[in-house]
Design a protein around this ligand. Structure first.
Ligand SMILES: [Zn+2]
Length: 461
């Protein structure tokens, strides 16, 4: 959303508790629901970025530390120059869909394509394309921005339907983001649960909901919802490391050396290699919905877990555009080119790339297009297939996804996810800051593997 755009507002009819001055529920249609559901597709790194930009910036503890650690880490420590930019500018795999929303809180620019034209003009094809403004390391040329010619993928906002939600459907949305199709039964069940037995207690109001790049803000009505639900979602960022693992069985084990305070068995910091740091940095690229999925809708996630469960329970035929849209919201994928090592814990799959083609016209104009734009039976003379370069690999033709951080290297990772290059001096200073005597510390090996974050029968990180 451009900063100079007028502040966008969505109108909503709500029922307010007269005495508590609190929203009991709202009645909403597809436009509002589409906006709410789109939050599940936004990467955690983008959320940190959006919350920092608010007029009253909100800081979500550990995730904010993780983001700041990426900002502070020297570029030479990353696998490739572009890795830092990738982590600080996380992208939404469904950005194109979200730009069709009545209001899109994600400020990420549409994905651009860059091509090595000197190599492409030799008509040899190969890995010459990137979604990042970078260099082609094989020949050293700067990549040239290209317009990708592509046909819409069928998830257009067509007719009455919204982006995710079907046509004329109307919903009841509670203050803590439980969404149910509107019905008398649902309304009275909610009122009953809240102990509201008399209509006198309720007052109808028309609200202008201002998202202020953070989510519905019922501030004018309710003091209780003052906190952004994004905060409630990820407040306990350190717990990210004790997620229910969805890792494939043969995923690589990551070893850490944890410095533990003997007196309370608390991890003070961990000494970790580039594999672990790449893994925790990659958490910034995880879409919110995939985190809720990995955490198994843990109550620690607050209202965002309610929203996720609501999507899960919605009848596809009646309320959502298709089963694919439901899957998209419940298991959102990483943006194109963002996947990390396949054998890292919590590997989330990446959006599927198209097949890309390059062609120069007889008058020398260059075109880039994908398979939706190509007549496969008549591709045209001189059409070459171009593949995506691996932005994270020092060998850009490599097809295997890589981690973000260069190795071999050691880092210090504190319990609240501050990551710095390892240094004995910083460790001693840190222990001094925390007033932990050297006699009270011991070192333990932690193995992060396929089942859980293991440390002799206990999750410390
Ligand atoms: Zn080149």
């Amino acid at each position: 959303m451009a900063s100079n755009e007028q502040k966008k507002i969505v109108k909503l009819n709500v029922m307010v508790h007269r005495k508590l001055n609190q929203v009991v529920f709202a009645e909403a249609d597809k436009d509002f629901l589409d906006i709410l559901f789109s939050f599940l597709t936004i990467p955690l790194g983008t959320i940190v970025r959006l919350l920092r930009k608010q007029s009253h910036p909100t800081v979500i503890g550990s995730l904010n530390n993780l983001h700041t650690s990426v900002e502070n880490l020297e570029e030479r420590r990353f696998q490739a120059e572009i890795c830092k930019t990738m982590l600080l500018g996380t992208r939404n795999a469904y950005g194109d869909e979200c730009r069709k929303l009545e209001l899109n809180i994600d400020d990420t620019e549409p994905t651009s394509f860059y091509l090595c034209q000197p190599c492409a003009s030799k008509r040899i094809g190969g890995s010459l394309l990137s979604t990042f403004d970078s260099r082609h390391s094989s020949c050293g040329s700067r990549l040239t921005p290209m317009t990708l010619r592509s046909r819409p993928n069928g998830s257009e906002v067509d007719g009455e339907d919204g982006v995710f939600v079907k046509g004329m459907a109307t919903f009841l949305v509670t203050d803590d983001l439980q969404v149910t199709p509107l019905s008398t039964l649902a309304t009275f069940r909610l009122l009953n649960n809240l102990g509201i037995t008399d209509a006198v207690l309720l007052e109808k109001k028309s609200l202008d909901v201002d998202f202020e790049q953070q989510g519905p803000n019922y501030r004018s009505v309710s003091a209780r919802t003052k906190r952004s639900f994004f905060c409630a979602t990820i407040q306990r960022g350190t717990k990210i490391l004790s997620l229910k693992k969805k890792c494939i069985n043969n995923c690589k084990k990551i070893h850490l050396k944890a410095t533990v305070r003997k007196s309370d068995k608390k991890v003070v910091y961990a000494e970790a290699g580039e594999d672990f740091v790449s893994f925790i940095f990659s958490v910034l690229t995880f879409p919110l919905g995939s985190v809720v999925e990995l955490l198994d809708c843990s109550p620690v996630l607050g209202c965002i877990a309610n929203l996720y469960k609501s999507v899960k329970e919605l009848n596809v035929d009646r309320y959502l555009k298709s089963e694919d849209h439901k899957v998209l919201l419940l298991s959102p994928k990483l943006a194109l080119q963002y996947s990390c090592n396949k054998d890292q814990p919590l590997s989330i799959s990446e959006a599927k790339p198209h097949n890309y083609y390059y062609k120069t016209s007889s008058w020398g104009e260059a075109y880039l297009f994908d398979e939706t734009f190509l007549d496969i039976n008549n591709p045209g003379e001189g059409t070459v297939t171009v593949n995506l370069l691996n932005p994270k690999s020092p060998a850009p033709e490599a097809t295997k996804a890589e981690g973000f951080v260069k190795g071999p290297a050691m880092f210090m990772v504190t319990d609240d996810l501050v990551v710095t290059p390892f240094s004995s001096i910083s460790c001693i200073t840190y222990l001094e800051e925390l007033k932990v005597p050297f006699s009270d510390i011991e070192e333990k090996v932690v193995v992060i593997g396929d089942e859980e974050v293991r440390y002799p029968n206990k999750n410390y990180l």
